[in-house]
Design a protein around this ligand. Structure first.
Ligand SMILES: [Cu+2]
Length: 314
């Protein structure tokens, strides 16, 4: 790494500065990389709760392991230069050193090392984007990278200022509880009813924009049970900072019983919701007026349901 500029021949034998710098740098770089990989690495965000999170943690580990030797090369070289080539008293402190030109070894090393680093990161980035599919990011309405099999569908609906979740494979109920099964692939269909939000399930390594009239697809496979945080990651108005909740990953059997129980207990409310669709118009919630009207409940206010206006009185 540290191909130091060759010191000009000064008439007497110069020590090999490049070799010295390399010998100082090598053990430091090795130690830093071992510490990053084995000590620091397992604690790097966002953890390893899902395949996408684990993959992001791995990416950060790899990039840190690549970056540390570069940073150390700069620091070691700077330190070495400041000590070895510092101006000595009475030895012409004000003169510039001789210009370095035509050192083909330095030039070649510079181009080769930077090319290898950048191109390998380019390939690494592509591989890590495709496996796991989409890397936990929103892929837009028609996902390019899909997992095999049939994922669990979870629709994420953002609105000022909360997220709700619909489960179309379980009758389309809508809840503020985000519950996912461990070891099963999940397809988030992320949308919004009003402004732009962003669904960020931190420990799952999932982050997808929630845009009105757009179905933004993101995949993950939760691998460990436990709780995770969901935050809105797009400034969306006054209470943006309060737009968070907590989801949980549970064993498959526990998920199944939760989903079936919720489907049953919410059946009456689910019937009043707009039919499950990939995007919604915000005024579809006016269907509530019909529900209140037909149920003879007070306090609904008038509203449109389809083209039909329902006043608030019987
Ligand atoms: Cu928001």
């Amino acid at each position: 790494m540290a191909a130091a500029p060759q010191a000009p021949a000064a008439g007497r034998a110069e020590p090999s500065h490049g070799l010295r710098i390399a010998l100082i740098w090598l053990p430091l770089a090795l130690a830093a990389d071992l510490v990053i990989w084995f000590v620091w690495g397992p604690h790097l965000p966002p953890g390893d709760m899902s395949n996408t999170a684990a993959s992001q943690q791995f990416d950060i580990k790899v990039m840190s392991v690549m970056a540390a030797p570069v940073v150390l090369a700069v620091l070691v070289y700077s330190g070495y230069a400041m000590i070895t080539w510092r101006p000595r008293a009475g030895a012409g402190e004000d003169e510039d050193g001789p210009p370095i030109e035509g050192n083909s070894r330095v030039q070649f090393s510079w181009i080769a090392i930077t090319s290898v680093l950048v191109l390998s990161l380019f390939v690494f980035g592509w591989v890590e984007l495709v496996s796991p599919p989409g890397a936990g990011a929103g892929e837009g309405p028609s996902a390019l990278w899909k997992p095999g099999g049939t994922p669990l569908q979870v629709q994420v609906i953002g609105q000022q200022w909360l997220f709700t979740y619909r489960y179309p494979q379980y009758g389309g109920f809508e809840t503020t509880d985000l519950v996912l099964p461990a070891g099963q692939s999940v397809q988030f269909n992320v949308t919004s009813l009003d402004v732009i939000h962003s669904f960020w399930a931190y420990q799952l390594g999932v982050k997808a924009d929630a845009n009105p009239q757009v179905n933004n697809i993101a995949y993950t496979t939760p691998e460990h049970t436990g709780g995770f945080t969901v935050r809105c990651a797009e400034l969306c108005g006054l209470w943006h900072g309060a737009m968070y909740d907590y989801g949980r990953v549970v064993p498959v059997a526990a998920f199944q019983s939760w989903a079936h129980a919720t489907e049953t207990s919410m059946a009456k409310i689910t019937r009043t919701l707009p039919r499950y669709a990939l995007v919604y118009y915000p005024n579809e919630i006016a269907g509530l007026a019909k529900f209140y009207y037909e149920a003879g409940l007070p306090g609904a206010g008038g509203g449109f349901y389809g083209n039909q206006y329902y006043p608030n009185e019987p």
